[in-house]
Design a protein around this ligand. Structure first.
Ligand code: NDP
Length: 288
């Protein structure tokens, strides 16, 4: 069997097109321009690349993009002051503080200082709680992108066995909540899981969010399963996922590549979340 390739790059382009359509309508019908602010502390090269790419795509969708850059030695209270300023700015509907933050700053305190209505990353404790209790929330972009691809491929996910490898607050846990919300039977695996290959072999859906290059191999995959690879690992100047693509593609029914899978969907979902936040802030109907 050769797996269907789930083309995240193409899918993300359609999401961005829809976002641009909503943005144009908001502007024409209501005179509103959604605004996204990205805050970067320090000069981590990978973070700089992400921030630049987010800014470019925000502008390309017709939205306002604001970048706030702080030097690496700025204090937590200086960063909090920037967050407060953006919270109070009515032209900004989404605020994202790029992680990781330098060690002297308490990332949790900063994230929880963001107005939950503008928390387009969905990491604020209120949004985490809302997602966990099935209430209307801002949903973290990476798991949201994964879910969109899964829904697009499967239609209904109800009753499917899903194994999420990784339990981070930004990917693994919200991914599991979303799959539970779709009535999957969800297992969350992590570094202490016993006999991980056997656990993964039960899965109709495997989401790998581990940070270990090519850890998941084809012999772990139930024939026909859908494999979503969240991992981004730089190996010998090349990007590889957490999934060994070649061997898994031989067994899977569908699989996302790296690059060109989950990555592009993450930024597209960030733009979509910003439009959603803007509509909610203005009491307007949200895009689906
Ligand atoms: P974290 O390091 O926060 O979490 C990794 C998780 O993997 C932990 O829960 C850890 O378990 C688990 N783990 C580590 N080793 C093993 C193992 N040998 N067996 C089973 N589980 C293991 O990573 P993130 O969730 O932030 O990111 C995961 C990956 O996704 C990374 O490659 C990252 O670059 C990528 N990523 C990609 C994004 C995108 O847009 N495509 C966005 C965000 C992340 P434990 O909790 O027990 O330590």
């Amino acid at each position: 069997m050769t797996a269907t390739v789930i083309d995240g790059k193409a899918f993300a382009a359609t999401v961005r097109e829809k976002v641009a359509g909503h943005v144009a309508r908001l502007s024409e019908e209501h005179g509103i321009v959604p605004g996204l602010a990205v805050v970067l502390v320090g000069e981590d090269p990978a973070s700089q690349v992400y921030v630049r790419s987010k800014g470019k795509q925000t502008v390309a969708a017709g939205m306002k993009s604001v970048e706030r850059k702080l030097e690496v030695d700025k204090s937590e209270s200086e960063l909090l002051a920037v967050v407060e300023e953006l919270n109070a700015d009515p032209s900004i509907h989404g605020i994202l503080v790029q992680l990781p933050l330098p060690a002297h700053i308490d990332a949790e305190a900063v994230i929880n200082a963001i107005d939950p209505a503008k928390d387009v990353d969905g990491f604020h404790i209120l949004n985490v709680g809302r997602l966990g209790t099935g209430q209307k929330a801002m949903v973290p972009c990476t798991p949201l992108g994964c879910l969109m691809m899964l829904r697009d491929h499967h239609g209904s996910l109800s009753g499917l066995d899903a194994v999420v490898i990784g339990r981070s607050n930004i990917v693994g846990k919200p991914m599991a909540q979303l799959l539970l919300g779709e009535s999957c039977t969800v297992t969350i695996a992590h570094s202490r899981t016993k006999d991980l290959p056997e656990v993964v072999r039960r899965a109709d859906i495997v989401v790998a969010a581990v940070g270990r290059p090519k850890m998941v191999t084809g012999d772990w995959i139930k024939p026909g399963a859908t494999v979503i690879d969240v991992g981004i690992n730089r190996v010998e100047d090349r990007l590889v996922g957490d999934v060994d693509y070649e061997s898994c593609a031989e067994r899977a029914g569908a699989i996302t590549p790296v690059p060109g899978g989950v990555g592009p969907m993450t930024i597209a979902c960030l733009l979509a979340n910003t439009v959603t936040a803007c509509c909610r802030a203005n009491g307007l109907a949200e895009p689906e």
